[in-house]
Design a protein around this ligand. Structure first.
Ligand code: GLO
Ligand code: NI
Ligand code: NI
Ligand code: NI
Length: 403
């Protein structure tokens, strides 16, 4: 693989599930007595940052990720939010300096506040669009100031509850305009990182516009952004979309838009995003296999967008959960590297694709024939398809030889 293992993993610890989530779900409140939140004063927000950076250091996590609202006290208005964000960002900068922990990506929480209940950039109220734009600007500036390597947009409320009061074309145009503004701002401030959209099919919206990688790619093409924006793929979101983690990653690499991954685990029974820590080595191995084939993660990393079970009452579990998750990723990555080093898989591609190594003009078809011409050659039996062996059973189990 050339590089060291950790250079491929680029682990990040997320701020929100560890330091801003009290163990609540739609049917019950806090289960976990963590003394450092809520951070409703600047003093507590800084205390929370102390604990967070101590945890990143204990875990030897080279990166972290955060939303504005996880980190700063909520202000009474936009100006107060910005002031609070800038103050905590100064503190983060100092903490990064002291610990060497870096920012993988920053993002804006555009889903918790009541004002976003009917969407953020897709909200029918132009004032909400403007509030959303202004908030993204401050979060991009904060990410840039902290040397963040990417900026993420997850459109949790960018979707609909019912189509009967929804204008799909209008909402698509609004979302496209917002993403264009983001890209314009990126270039204006000289942010060198990647802008990443995180697809998810539903929750909290009944239907989310950034459904999956292919849908996001169509959206980027429509708005002329396919060379400017990439994706952040989350395992749990892939499962909710009816795909696998591997499918979403391979789709992104085939389109040239894989940016980063949110590592977690939904198992195949889950109807919502359960954000478990990864525990399935073959699944993770297949994910890294496609990542390594793509040349590895560049600005992206492996962000644990994962939380403790509600029943976990012990703060020590935060460490144990991450260590277990890191082990699963390391084993998955090793298996993926072994699959590549073994070298037999490319032969299966060659077996499956006729004229795999030949340029188009030497194969049966030159690539510019009409349907009439092709049909004539097939009719003359000059072209005659023969069944080819695909060795599916071997391939479907191949990962198990390496984990
Ligand atoms: C929710 C998402 C969310 C995003 C975060 C960053 O399901 O996974 O946690 O990753 O808002 O954009
Ligand atoms: Ni996520
Ligand atoms: Ni998620
Ligand atoms: Ni999450």
């Amino acid at each position: 693989m050339g590089k060291r293992m950790e250079d491929h993993l680029r682990f990040a610890t997320c701020y929100w599930h560890n330091f801003a989530w009290p163990g609540s779900d739609p049917f019950g409140g806090q289960t976990f007595d963590r003394p450092w939140f809520p951070a409703d004063s600047m003093e507590l927000a800084k205390l929370k940052a102390d604990v967070a950076f101590e945890m990143f250091t204990l875990l030897k996590s080279p990166y972290y990720c955060f939303h504005d609202a996880d980190a700063r006290p909520e202000g009474a208005n936009f100006a107060e939010n910005t002031k609070n964000l800038n103050e905590i960002v100064d503190y983060f900068a100092q903490k990064q300096e002291e610990t060497g922990v870096k920012l993988l990506w920053g993002t804006a929480n555009l889903f918790s506040q009541v004002k976003f209940m009917s969407g953020a950039s897709t909200n029918p109220d132009p004032d909400v669009f403007a509030f959303c734009a202004a908030t993204i600007k401050t979060c991009m500036d904060a990410t840039h100031r902290l040397g963040g390597e990417n900026y993420v947009l997850w459109g949790g409320r960018e979707g609909y509850e019912t189509l009967l009061n929804t204008d799909l074309a209008k909402e698509d145009a609004q979302m496209g305009r917002m993403l264009n503004l983001v890209v314009e701002h990126k270039h204006k401030i000289g942010f060198k990182g990647e802008i990443l959209v995180e697809p998810k099919p539903q929750e909290p919206s009944k239907h989310q516009y950034d459904y999956d990688t292919a849908t996001v790619y169509g959206f980027l093409k429509r708005h002329g952004l396919e060379n400017e924006v990439k994706v952040n793929i989350e395992q749990g979101h892939a499962i909710l979309a009816g795909h696998s983690f591997e499918h979403e990653i391979a789709t992104a690499t085939s389109l040239g838009i894989l940016g980063s991954i949110d590592m977690n685990r939904n198992d195949y029974q889950s109807g919502w995003d359960t954000d478990q820590f990864p525990n399935n080595v073959p699944e993770v191995a297949l994910a890294y296999y496609h990542i390594l084939q793509d040349g590895g993660l560049k600005t992206g990393g492996t962000n644990f967008d994962a939380k403790l079970r509600r029943q976990s009452l012990d703060a020590e579990d935060l460490l144990i959960a991450h260590i277990g998750g890191m082990d699963v990723c390391a084993r998955g990555l090793k298996a993926a590297a072994a699959m590549i080093e073994d070298g037999t898989l490319p032969n299966f591609l060659k077996d499956r694709y006729a004229d795999w190594d030949k340029p188009v003009n030497q194969s049966m078809l030159a690539g510019n024939e009409s349907l009439d011409e092709i049909a004539a050659r097939v009719e003359a039996q000059e072209i005659n398809p023969k069944p080819r062996s695909g060795k599916q059973e071997y391939l479907e189990n191949v990962v198990n030889r390496f984990v």
